[in-house]
Design a protein around this ligand. Structure first.
Ligand SMILES: NC(=O)c1ccc[n+]([C@@H]2O[C@H](COP(=O)([O-])OP(=O)(O)OC[C@H]3O[C@@H](n4cnc5c(N)ncnc54)[C@H](O)[C@@H]3O)[C@@H](O)[C@H]2O)c1
Length: 329
């Protein structure tokens, strides 16, 4: 049984708590949050102890920590946890700063302690089936990847201000998906961004609508489209054109009823947002982490993967600002 300390009892911390308890081979031992009420209420719900992050990291009976605190704490928490010998699953992104994330990676490599980054979409049944199909060569060589990722509604401007911006906070998932599906890192990044949904987001220095083109050394291309507003729900689609065929994964709908009348054919909306659409993915992500630690399976999403995605986010942020294509080292 893997004994777990959960750092962060907010939105995503509460989802992870359900999966830690539901796994069967992991136990939620302790919860910490600077908001003590949040920590206590989550700990009480699962018979865990509410305590400080420091107490969790110095507790020899705790095997691993799940870091679900605010983004600006991630690198520090990863370094402290690995220095204390705790295996880590940390939420995305690794940090707001690529330079800080790289230093974190350098520090963690020296400890040899396993760290996984929470790119949950790799564990979505649709996207993992696309990956499996590519890996088995069913569509030949993937040549043109298209990722659509639209949120139902923009977050509050207060959140935007501390999020690191759309490319680090939101498109980071799509950068990782591109790295995952293309099996390579791009050589150039070109971004266009605008704040057409909410001008306040623009005043805060961010964009809410963006398109990024990635080009690869062997001539392949990926296109990622993000918007903070899709009035019909959470739009999450992937299409891969390969030399021998096409793979595409559509949205998961709220129900499968299709209504056909003289007016036309109507189906349900896509599941509303990430807490609905990716519930199965978060559970599978946690199961993969537990299997990696207890059975010695490979860590499926490494800290290096997290830093690679952040490098693309940083390049896209710079490109959207300058209008220039950014070449990656
Ligand atoms: N993978 C995903 O799909 C996904 C979805 C949502 C959020 N996230 C990521 O998870 C992280 C948390 O997001 P959220 O939406 O749950 O935010 P949130 O604000 O709801 O929760 C964060 C919690 O961390 C606590 N916290 C902040 N600093 C702390 C510290 N130093 N020590 C202990 N607790 C601290 C806050 O009090 C808060 O309760 C972010 O990095 C975000 O990018 C990932």
């Amino acid at each position: 049984m893997l004994k777990i300390g959960l750092l962060g009892a907010g939105r995503i911390g509460r989802v992870h708590a359900i999966n830690i308890v539901g796994n069967g081979r992991s136990q939620l031992a302790a919860v910490s949050d600077v908001n003590e009420v949040a920590a206590r209420s989550l700990a009480d719900a699962y018979g865990a102890k509410a305590t400080s992050s420091e107490a969790i990291l110095s507790d020899a009976s705790i095997d691993a920590v799940l870091i679900a605190t605010s983004t600006d704490t991630h690198s520090d928490m990863i370094e402290k946890a690995t220095a204390a010998g705790k295996a880590v699953l940390c939420e995305k992104p690794v940090d707001l700063s690529l330079e800080r994330a790289q230093r974190c990676l350098d520090a963690v490599i020296k400890t040899n302690v396993p760290v996984m980054i929470g790119f949950n979409r790799r564990f979505d049944p649709n996207f993992s089936a696309i990956k499996a199909s590519i890996a088995s060569g069913e569509i030949g060589k993937p040549e043109l990847l298209s990722i659509t990722s639209f949120d139902p509604a923009p977050p509050p401007v207060a959140y935007v201000k501390v999020s690191g911006g759309l490319f680090r906070d939101m498109m980071i998932h799509d950068f990782d998906m591109a790295n995952f599906l293309m099996g390579d890192l791009p050589k150039t990044v070109h971004a266009a961004g605008t704040s057409i949904v909410d001008p306040e987001i623009g005043k805060a220095g961010d964009v809410d609508t963006a398109v990024v083109t990635l080009t690869y050394a062997d001539g392949r291309i990926a296109v990622i489209k993000n918007s903070r507003r899709a009035v019909y729900g959470y739009d999450q689609r992937v299409e891969v054109l390969g030399s021998e065929g096409l793979l595409s994964a559509g949205n998961v709908l709220e129900n499968t009823v299709s209504k056909a009348t003289k007016q036309g054919v109507i189906s349900a909306k896509p599941e509303f947002f990430f807490l609905e659409r990716y519930m199965r993915a978060y559970a599978a992500e946690w199961d993969a982490f537990v299997a990696a630690i207890l059975d010695g399976a490979a860590i499926p999403v490494s800290l290096k993967d997290g830093v690679a995605a952040l490098a693309l986010a940083e390049a896209a942020t710079a490109s959207a600002k300058s209008g220039q294509t950014v070449s990656l080292a």
